[in-house]
Design a protein around this ligand. Structure first.
Ligand code: HEM
Length: 505
């Protein structure tokens, strides 16, 4: 009881001091507008655990291109239009590429060496070099045979009796990524690495982002020294469990690949190639490689999964789009083979579908927070050093002036002739993958892999609303995460198109 009282008093004192310190620093400066803060806790209660992007979009409508809130002394800036997003995160990338200190996720749960949580500096530069080598534009051709095999299995698995869509999708995504990164072939739903990965990404993208990703210990770092047994220190007990899970996830597939390299049984993969090209790897190189490889897995699974799931949902809701796409694929590819990368230039409608899929799905509707490294000014507003700067990708993708009827899936919007500047503004690749020095390095893999999956689904599958007692059922979907737009399970019917003979394709 006495300990509780001391801790509460300390926490209260620190909260007051950090809020007062921020207030003093920004006094008399013109901050961007935003919802009214409460004393001490600021706007902390405005941060929701579900679809935070919808709330951020309401603020965008009410306050405009740039919104400021503070969560118990942490200043947060939301960039709500394409211009502000680009002007700051991209054009001023030298001071907008740091990452916030996240005590819970980074230090207590051990994710601080994962790329999305690494601050600006030497480690970030070393990791980004590894990423360019692994999945930069120049290396994607290497992965085409794997993309071919995995997407072929995926479309077939989608029509198996009793198919569970979310499990089948995870198998495709996890199988592809484990193969590309570690040369590991997933052969069953019980695969140890796939399960480990699913549990860890669930912790990272769901449990740890509760309350907008901010934990009390992020605001009051001294709370990390509380003994775990203390009431109110449940976060420390969770952290011990989650840290172990995350470390196993980082180390096990990597060590397995190293073991196979030693035995001469490794399938070529990014990790095995990295070792082939190095006689002696230093401890630091080994450490950077294991964490960066794992970060590619973390970065890819839920985002790519969201894009594919939202695409299937769009096909359920927009049968006219699927029919148009099928007509294009049939005329270019015919019925005796699957579409391949060589067909890409001849299929503009599928290309437009890929663009619309990225915009409509908006897998990461709020960009991962960047941290501002020095005081800055934009359009007459003061932006304090240390602010979390969050790109509101959702508001940009649903901007009605750029995309009329933004909630409908309309590939045609990308086929209209427009000038170069407008084309650039409309292309979702220029914002859905983040911006500046932290922009998603997976973009080239997504470009290739997602295109192939879309083209092959269109070529081989009929997707329809479920019919119950002769009535079509509208799919009901919820989005339960604060940062990633992952649809819940939804009802639909899927079957092979009449001409499909899997033995021939
Ligand atoms: C549709 C699929 C994807 C989307 C929409 C997406 C989106 C994003 C976004 C918005 C960011 C934050 C960028 C920023 O902070 O400015 C990011 C970061 C990242 N993504 Fe992706 N991503 C996708 C797929 C992938 C794939 C396939 C990989 C790897 C194979 C990957 C690896 C990463 C990594 C490592 C980072 C952290 C970069 C850094 O902080 O420096 N992503 N992604």
């Amino acid at each position: 009881m006495a300990v509780d009282l001391v801790i509460l008093t300390l926490a209260g004192a620190v909260a007051t001091l950090s809020v007062l310190a921020l207030r003093q620093r920004v006094a008399a400066k013109k901050l961007p507008p935003g919802p009214k803060p409460l004393p001490l806790i600021g706007n902390a209660l405005n941060l929701t655990t579900k679809e935070l992007w919808l709330r951020a979009a309401e603020w965008a409508k009410q306050y405009g291109e740039i919104v400021y809130i503070s969560a118990a002394g942490i200043p947060m800036v939301f960039l709500n239009d394409y211009k502000a997003y680009n002007d700051l995160l991209h054009n001023r990338g030298d001071i907008y590429s740091d990452k916030p200190r996240m005590v819970m996720t980074g230090e207590l749960c051990g994710a601080e060496y994962m790329v999305p949580f690494t601050g600006a500096g030497d480690r970030m530069r070393r990791q980004r070099r590894i990423l360019v080598k692994a999945i930069g534009a120049g290396s994607i051709k290497t992965y085409e045979p794997i993309l071919d095999g995995q997407s072929r299995d995926f479309v077939q698995n989608l029509t198996k009796p009793g198919m569970d869509f979310r499990k089948t999708l995870l198998w495709y995504n996890a199988g592809l990524t484990l193969m590309v990164l570690y040369g590991h072939k997933v052969t069953s739903a019980d695969d140890r690495f796939m399960k480990l990965a699913a549990e860890s990404t669930e912790v990272l993208s769901n449990k740890l982002v509760t309350g907008g990703g901010v934990w009390a210990v992020d605001i009051f770092p001294f709370l990390r020294y509380l003994p775990s047994w203390l009431p109110g220190a449940g976060f420390k007990r969770s952290a011990v469990e989650w840290k172990k899970l995350i470390e196993d996830f980082v180390n096990e597939p990597y060590e397995d690949c190293k073991e196979k390299i030693k035995n001469g049984t490794a399938t070529p993969s990014f990790t095995s190639l990295a070792f082939d090209n190095k006689e002696n790897m230093s401890e630091q190189e080994d450490f950077d490689l294991r964490w960066t490889t794992n970060s590619m897995y973390v970065g890819s699974i839920d985002t790519t999964g969201s894009a594919i799931a939202n695409f299937v949902l769009a096909m359920v809701r927009h049968p006219e789009v699927l029919a148009k796409a099928q007509a294009e694929v049939d005329s270019v590819v015919g019925h005796s083979r699957l579409p391949d990368f060589g067909d890409r230039p001849a299929m503009p409608y599928i290309e437009a579908m890929l663009s619309e899929c990225l915009r409509y799905a908006t897998p990461a509707p709020l960009n991962l927070p960047h941290q501002l490294m020095q005081d800055d000014e934009y359009n007459g507003y003061f932006l304090p050093k240390g602010s979390w700067v969050i790109g509101n990708i959702w508001a940009i993708a649903r901007d009605e002036t750029a995309y009329p009827d933004p909630n409908s899936f309309k590939p045609e919007r990308f086929l209209e002739p427009v000038d170069g500047e407008t084309k650039k503004r409309l292309d979702p690749r220029n914002y859905v993958f983040g911006a500046g020095r932290r922009r998603c390095p997976g973009i080239h893999l997504v470009e290739a892999g997602l295109w192939l999956v879309i083209a092959r689904i269109v070529a081989t599958l009929d997707i329809r609303k479920k019919v119950v007692d002769g009535v079509e059922v509208e799919p009901e979907v919820s989005y339960d995460n604060a940062f990633l737009r992952i649809p819940s399970a939804f009802q639909f019917d899927i079957k092979p198109r009449p001409h499909v003979n899997w033995d021939l394709l």
